[in-house]
Design a protein around this ligand. Structure first.
Ligand SMILES: O=P(O)(O)OC[C@H]1O[C@](O)(COP(=O)(O)O)[C@@H](O)[C@@H]1O
Ligand SMILES: [Mg+2]
Ligand SMILES: [Mg+2]
Length: 281
């Protein structure tokens, strides 16, 4: 597994350089979810694939930017699903973005996830790795230095509500309004990685991306976005759910499946579970 984390560190340095100098315009392609790919999405994907190819323990990969699973090394043990550049449209306005990695064994399903990691490209580059615990590293002079272990408190102060309000169900809107009523602060940049990183570092809160009238199954992708962060939040003493059950119990029928998702500290997630149980049909 160390080889995989070393490969992620290497790709992070290359992607940081790409973000600083690369072309932020759109390509003429769409990915499997129907998003127009930016040239940066494609270039980040190529960087990661080229680096992972040389890691013998990686059997296959699947990227948010590619339609199919790519076999790499027949005798490898691990499967990696990744979002090479999460929040890529934010590069244009110079907000933070990230890369997300889920490390699986046997099959790309939540119960086979064995580790997860993400990189935040912000004013500083930080890497968070979750195996049994959750550790944060910072890029200093081209090397990742260990900074701290991350643990969530029982309750936080931040609220990050995703999607468009006019597509929310009325009970979801009520839940979010009630949370603000209780004094939570709005912290939502539109980048899942920096938004979830902020909640982790500030000790807690709620990030939600519900099922909506236009997207009943939410927007965020299970393998590349939701499961890796669910793993990280659980290992940091928090929770991740789809409204009714653990996100890591959500079934995957296709590699590009999405799911509604909620990440946070225990108190906020228990509140979500209660409201959804009482209201959803
Ligand atoms: O603008 P919305 O609908 O709230 O969506 C924001 C979400 O979409 C994303 O940008 C999707 O990721 P990509 O940029 O990898 O497609 C997440 O980072 C973010 O949480
Ligand atoms: Mg993404
Ligand atoms: Mg992406």
């Amino acid at each position: 597994m160390t080889e995989i984390f070393d490969a992620i560190k290497k790709s992070a340095i290359d992607i940081k350089n790409l973000i600083e100098t690369g072309d932020t315009s759109k390509s003429s392609n769409e990915n499997s979810t129907g998003d127009t790919q930016l040239k940066l999405d494609i270039a980040s994907d190529e960087i990661i694939e080229a680096i992972f190819k040389n890691v013998s323990c990686i059997k296959a990969i699947v990227s948010e930017e590619q339609e199919k699973i790519v076999p790499l090394n027949e005798n490898g043990k691990y499967l990696i699903a990744y979002d090479p550049l999460d929040g890529s449209s934010l590069v244009d306005v110079n907000l933070s973005v990230g890369s997300i990695f889920g490390i699986y064994e046997k099959e790309f399903t939540a119960n086979n996830l064995v580790a997860a990691a993400y990189v935040v490209y912000g004013p500083r580059v930080e890497l968070v790795i979750a195996t049994e615990d959750v550790k944060m590293y910072r890029l200093i002079n081209n090397e990742f230095k260990f900074m701290q272990e991350l643990k969530l408190n029982e309750k936080g102060k931040l609220n990050a509500p995703g999607s468009t309000q006019n597509c929310w169900s009325s009970f979801h809107k009520q839940l979010i309004d009630d949370i603000f009523e209780d004094g939570y602060r709005l912290r939502y940049s539109g980048g899942m990685v920096p938004d979830l990183h902020q909640i982790l570092l500030k000790g807690g809160g709620l990030f939600s991306y519900p099922g909506t009238t236009d997207r009943p199954k939410g927007k965020l992708r299970q393998l590349f976005e939701v499961f890796p962060f669910a793993y990280i939040y659980e290992k940091a003493n928090g929770q991740a759910v789809d409204g009714f059950k653990r996100a890591l119990e959500v079934e995957t029928t296709h590699i590009h499946d999405t799911t509604p998702c909620f990440f946070g500290s225990n108190e906020e997630i228990n509140r979500v579970l209660k409201v959804y149980k009482e209201n959803a049909k």
